[in-house]
Design a protein around this ligand. Structure first.
Ligand code: DGP
Length: 116
């Protein structure tokens, strides 16, 4: 397992920092965003540390599919029957602030404008 001891989300995955878990499986963990941008706002992260989408795509493309499948499962569990939005901020210009790749699952009402 690849971890970065200085990474915030690695610490959440390891249980060293608190979070509100929504879903977990062998390769992914999902927890509520600390600063929700929608009524339901969940972050889906890999247990392994990969800085961003480019890094995980290069190192482990199957994990990208696992992250998307986990996000779909989160939407189902959270009852987002009216739909939801997946957002992956990538790099500084994309608005990424935590450099452990994560999918934002946003829903619980109409999502207007760009979310992230
Ligand atoms: P991004 O900007 O795409 O890198 O999103 C990072 C998200 O992480 C942002 O929406 C806020 C959230 N966040 C930052 N620190 C914490 C934390 O300590 N716990 C939780 N649950 N979420 C956090």
């Amino acid at each position: 397992m690849t971890t970065d001891p200085s990474c915030l989300f690695c610490k959440i995955v390891a249980g060293e920092l608190p979070s509100t878990l929504v879903h977990e499986d062998e390769r992914t963990v999902a927890f509520r965003d600390l600063h929700p941008a929608a009524p339901t706002h969940v972050l889906v992260v890999p247990r392994d540390h990969h800085a961003d989408l480019a890094a995980v795509s290069a190192a482990d493309p199957g994990l990208v599919a696992d992250l998307v499948a986990a996000a779909v499962e989160v939407a189902r569990k959270e009852g987002l029957d009216g739909g939801h939005r997946l957002v992956v901020n990538t790099g500084a210009d994309g608005g990424q602030t935590v450099f452990h790749v994560h999918l934002h699952v946003l829903g619980g009402g109409p999502i207007t404008g760009l979310a992230g």
